[in-house]
Ligand binder design. Structure first.
Ligand SMILES: *[C@@H]1O[C@H](CO)[C@@H](O)[C@H](O)[C@H]1NC(C)=O
Ligand SMILES: *[C@@H]1O[C@H](CO)[C@@H](O)[C@H](O)[C@H]1NC(C)=O
Ligand SMILES: *[C@@H]1O[C@H](CO)[C@@H](O)[C@H](O)[C@H]1NC(C)=O
Ligand SMILES: *[C@@H]1O[C@H](CO)[C@@H](O)[C@H](O)[C@H]1NC(C)=O
Length: 503
């Protein structure tokens, strides 16, 4: 029989409707499932999803996410949103180089796809984790538009509401917001936005429980020159004499004030600059990557300073290993950080730009760039052809319109949201000295005084606990992108803190 009788037809329609509805109500979107990744030949330890959430903005913004389901207990483990910084850097930085489910090894020959192996310290071992490319224009999200602190928080909040609609089975899990570097702005502003949404009855209700910030920019005073000088001195990168001179001259641009003899200040500053200029700002112990000359502009190499910089690299017999992995933005002295107004663009900061993307100083991002621009990979992860190429960081027109993050941290902790503020203690980009200072200056009582914390019976760093569930924690020997340098220590503090256990 070629045709169904009407009654059967109705039954089939009804059955379809049930299947259709239930798949929408109870389950993650199957079309977003990632079933295979080029370069990985094993079985995924948990489900992976990726795709876009389209915002109701004009023009529409299409925000890309990669979601890794927990390998432990997806129904009970927290859902954590992860954000890399910049502003303008893709959260695939975290996925590829920090705490994603795979370790990416360079391919056998130049030009080969990287080889993926399971990362035993993936944060997906203990949490469901969403890597979000934000704001629009970053990573695989599109289109590229001017952005600001406030608009980014509003957009990411809309993303979350729509995401939880797509993945209703995760609505009841405890939810945390995390990130590093410039995400020191994204995290508290988004957390405040989500908190406001909850109070205003936004649906679905987000089960917000707290937030984490790693080496995050916070405000110009705390992150300013003074904390950098203290760091440089403590790490033996400048002499006592220079340190004392900088203090005596009060050359430090605390607030907007410049005091002392201007000429002496300039001379002191230039000596300090000379002492630090060739270091890898993201980890003073790591070599600085100079590779991929083609990506560097001839202009840049014509400056005597940068010529010396290049020759430094050449004098090494073998290619510098470096990245390892990275980041944040390398802040030159006296750059305004979180002070309000336009953030300097990457080219302005580094004097070197690729066609669209930017070359982050000292950092080798070849593996991620090679992988994420491969057509088979892009297909596997549902990246849109509308995005011509993936870049670790893009040149974003960004307005820092919310100023200091201190009022956000005050309000959020006062409302009872636990906060873990952590610092890789060898990062010179956002040194722990400033972060230690502002966390102390929130004025909460110390309830767990500065002490070491341990993994494998070894000191892994130090922490100080405050009332209001505020914890400041250092990771000994880690750079700007903490899990890149100390993966097992990072998984330990991350899991312990999320579980509410003593670190
Ligand atoms: C995956 O590749 C490795 C070598 O890279 C090989 O030893 C292993 O047998 C392969 N596994 C499967 C399931 O193909
Ligand atoms: C160097 O940069 C300037 C402006 O940034 C540009 O006008 C000039 O053409 C560049 N020179 C070379 C050799 O690329
Ligand atoms: C913090 O809370 C106070 C009091 O509710 C409010 O006036 C202020 O706008 C809040 N600040 C931020 C940055 O959320
Ligand atoms: C600290 O967080 C726990 C939940 O993690 C909460 O029960 C408690 O009330 C918080 N304490 C303060 C002082 O906010």
């Amino acid at each position: 029989m070629a045709f169904l009788r009407p009654t059967n037809y109705l039954f089939v329609l009804w059955a379809y409707l049930i299947v259709f509805l239930s798949s929408n109500i109870n389950a993650a979107p199957e079309a977003s499932l990632v079933t295979k990744l080029p370069g990985f030949n094993g079985t995924f330890p948990s489900k992976h999803y990726s795709g876009y959430v389209t915002l109701d903005t004009k023009p529409s913004k299409h925000l890309f996410y990669y979601f890794v389901v927990s390998e432990r207990n997806p129904a009970k483990d927290p859902v954590v949103l992860w954000l890399n910084g910049g502003p303008g850097c893709s959260s695939f930085d975290g996925f590829v180089y920090e705490h994603g489910p795979f370790n990416f090894e360079e391919g056998n020959k130049k030009g080969d796809l990287p080889i993926l192996r399971l990362n035993p310290y993936s944060w997906s071992k203990v949490s469901n984790i969403i890597y979000l490319d934000s704001p629009s224009g970053v990573g695989f999200s599109y289109p590229l538009l001017p952005a600001s602190d406030s608009q980014t928080a509003i957009d990411s909040h809309e993303f979350l509401l729509k995401w939880f609609e797509l993945y209703p089975e995760f609505q009841a899990n405890p939810f945390y917001i995390s990130g590093e570097s410039w995400a020191g702005v994204y995290v508290p502003t988004l957390t405040a936005e989500v908190d406001k949404g909850i109070r205003d009855g936004a649906k679905p209700k987000i089960n917000l429980k707290g937030y984490l910030v790693g080496n995050g920019v916070t405000e110009s005073d705390a992150d300013g020159d003074s904390s950098l000088i203290t760091f440089l001195h403590g790490m033996a990168l400048i002499s006592d004499k220079l340190f004392k001179a900088s203090e005596a001259e009060i050359c430090l641009s605390n607030g907007n004030q410049q005091q002392g003899d201007v000429n002496n200040c300039e001379s002191t500053w230039s000596k300090i600059e000379t002492a630090k200029e060739f270091l890898n700002v993201y980890d003073i112990l790591e070599p600085c990557y100079h590779g991929d000359e083609s990506a560097q502009q001839s202009n840049a190499s014509s400056s005597p300073l940068l010529k010396r910089f290049h020759e430094l690299g050449k004098s090494n017999k073998r290619a510098l290993p470096v990245r390892n992995r990275m980041f944040g933005r390398a802040w030159p002295y006296r750059a305004h950080r979180v002070r309000g107004g336009k953030v300097p663009t990457w080219p302005q900061m580094t004097q070197s730009a690729r066609a669209q993307g930017v070359q982050v100083p000292c950092v080798n991002d070849e593996v991620a760039t090679r992988y994420l621009n491969d057509p088979t990979v892009r297909k596997a992860i549902h990246a849109s052809p509308r995005v011509e190429s993936w870049n670790l960081c893009v040149d974003l027109d960004y307005d820092s319109d919310l100023g200091s993050m201190i009022p956000f941290h005050k309000n959020l902790t006062a409302k009872g949201y636990p906060a873990l503020i952590y610092s890789g203690d060898h990062d010179m980009c956002v040194p722990y000295t400033g972060t230690q200072e502002w966390t102390a200056d929130l004025g909460y009582e110390i309830i767990d005084e500065w002490r070491p914390w341990f993994t494998n019976d070894q000191v892994a760093g130090y922490l100080q606990g405050y009332t209001h569930n505020l914890t400041f924690l250092t990771i000994k020997g880690a750079g700007h992108t903490v899990p890149e340098y100390k993966p097992s220590e990072s998984l330990y503090f991350y899991d312990s803190w999320l579980q509410g256990n003593k670190i």
